[in-house]
Design a protein around this ligand. Structure first.
Ligand code: PEP
Length: 254
């Protein structure tokens, strides 16, 4: 596969945590800790209600703001939903799509992930599209089959041009919020497999260029080993991104 320098990203997924005041306190503590970081993209994904505060505080800094979900439709009578256009209007640059919690608790499907990803791109957002196997998939030797299915049905259904504007997050479900991080070798093998899927669906150039983040119990204590894997382009961090110091330690890991 051709060599290609990919810019790393560390993204924090806050899930359903933090009030507006807590968001403000986080940014006031976090921004000075990472102010000198220039070699990677830093992203924070607060809940909808804190997006405005986050966008205001991140304005003019090296931190981008992401939403955690969207509705693929532009507008309409869809009570409780928020569209990609609205997220863009609110100042978001990124959106997480297809997180395993959305698949598990809200019935998201691969085709829904594809629709949302297209809507995000159309609105000018950069999607971070999540894929990952369950523990039972891994135990039954089905990891690659599941990743392949999620890839083909989701991001793999984009056009080649669309695909070049997304990131993928490999998040083994058994590692999310469990404290059970994948070994660097397990993560790297999955990333290599996903790149192979990209090469088959698009091209070797797309496979070499796409940024793939690892997610699942990333902490300051384990980021070093993951960081050393050349197929990993950064991390999507849940729990450890809620604390300014621990998230900054992950961002600043060399
Ligand atoms: C996540 O929510 O995407 C995640 C990886 O969570 P955690 O880091 O807490 O496992």
């Amino acid at each position: 596969m051709s060599e290609c320098k990919r810019r790393r990203m560390i993204a924090g997924n806050w899930k359903m945590y933090k009030s507006q005041a807590e968001t403000r306190a986080f940014f006031e503590a976090f921004l000075p800790l990472v102010a000198d970081v220039t070699d990677l993209d830093i992203v924070v994904a607060p809940p909808y209600t804190s997006l405005g505060v986050a966008v205001d505080l991140a304005d003019g800094t090296n931190v981008g703001v992401s939403a955690q979900n969207l509705d693929w439709r532009k507008e309409g009578a869809f009570t409780g939903e928020v569209s990609a256009v609205m997220l863009k209007d609110a100042g978001c640059q990124y959106v997480i799509i297809g997180h395993s919690e959305r698949r598990q608790y809200f019935g998201e499907t691969d085709s829904g992930v594809a629709q949302k990803t297209k809507a995000a791109l159309d609105a000018g957002l950069t999607p971070i599209v999540c894929v990952g196997e369950l523990l039972q998939d891994r135990e039954q030797g089905r990891t690659e089959a599941v990743l392949s299915q999620q890839f083909i049905g989701g991001p793999g259904s984009l056009t080649a041009d669309e695909f070049s504007r997304i990131l993928i997050a490999y998040e083994p479900v058994w590692a999310i919020g469990t404290g059970k991080v994948a070994t660097p070798e397990i993560a790297a093998a999955a990333h290599r497999f996903l790149r192979q899927c990209v090469a088959e669906q698009y091209s070797a150039e797309h496979a070499a260029a796409v940024r793939i983040l690892y997610g699942g119990s990333v902490k300051p204590e384990n980021i070093q080993g993951l960081r050393a894997q050349e197929d990993l382009d950064g991390a999507l961090v849940g729990g450890a991104s809620l604390d300014a110091k621990s998230f900054a330690d992950i961002v600043k890991c060399k």
